[in-house]
Design a protein around this ligand. Sequence first.
Ligand code: PMP
Length: 434
Amino acid sequence: MLLSQQMKRESNARSYPRRIPIAIREASGIFIKDVEGNSYIDCLGGAGTLALGHNHPVVVEAIQSFLSEGYPLHTLDITTPVKEQFVDELLASLPPSFARRAKIQFCGPSGADAVEAAIKLVKTATGNRSVFSFHGGYHGMTHGALSLMGNTSPKEKITGLMSDVHFLPFPYKYRCPFGLGGDLGISTGIHYIQNVLDDPESGIVSPSGMIMEVVQGEGGAIPAPDEWVREIRRLTKERDIPLIIDEVQTGIGRTGAMYAFEHADITPDVVILSKAIGGSLPLSVVLYDESLDRWEPGAHAGTFRGNQMAMATGIATLQYVLRNKLDVHAKKMGDLFMSKLLKIQNEYKSIGEVRGRGLMIGVEIVNSNESPDQLGAYPSDPDKARSIQAECFRRGLIVELGGRHGSVVRFLPPLIVNEDQIEQISSIFYDAIE
Ligand code: PMP
């Protein structure tokens, strides 16, 4: 009843309630409970926000002590002791090669806010106007961020998007855009990108930056190989094109490293963070090399430039992740989960690929009754993916869909998930596929 009353009023653009038709009453760790008392394992995790799961004691304690200390809830971008500590903790969590020269811009509550700021930053710094983005990339739903999105369906009816965006192929091995498997596909992809950057007749005028996810999230949990990421860094550095790494979903341990760009041991020019960085509360920041700080005072503003309480919960989260090495734990749990999913894949031809990194995992659902392409990849099967999601839900497991046509079942469990819970998740998924 509660649900149907509210749903009548909620925008038609709502997404999650369509497939997760419950009203959540309470939540703890990896579990949520609805108003009727049904319990679910949450592998959606606030779309990757909940590094410590729901209502972790250190997060609750941070909120309580923030309030009892009488810290201000809102200060625009005026400094506070909480903000000072947050910046210290954040910089300490980044590799020194980046942190040493990093400046920070606090942004509005969402990842898209920080994406907008990052694009303005590189355009201002370079005086250039076009941006490179990648097939399958996701950077948010605001006008600028939407312009950078690989998925065309949310853009179809929106006019006035940034026109100077050029899309490059991402190393999506299962459906390699060059029709070449393994390393051959990757090196061909790099040659192609090099050609786009260097050909005076590529039609691309004055690039201001390149934005990418090291592991594409909404695009279907697609990890870029480390060597490919290093090559992208080399190409952009040689041509003075600022490289923006979008760590909104990957940041704070999710992929088995504190930041996904660390896997390839590169130093980006700009890093975008949101989701887990606020420890469950809304916060986003852009970190960037000081050489790019060519903004005039007031060149970027916004009433909510950093949420003070989210900085307090962010400090608690960063400290907990670092002290308990949750990045290492995420790798261990991710590897365990992948090994279980690979066993399930051996039994079911409708699983085209199991992939991911750390606890950012995707299972691509395909139609194996049709003919495969020259690399052996079958056409995607979004209907089957939706019914698997629904069967998981019926059995008490909440998962997300992503990838081409929504054909990838995605798992983003909190980083605190343990071995028994991985076993439980795998067995529900197995039953759902059955
Ligand atoms: N970048 C990436 C990589 C994301 O995954 C998302 C959200 N899924 C965003 C940006 C946008 O964040 P938000 O939804 O908070 O605007």
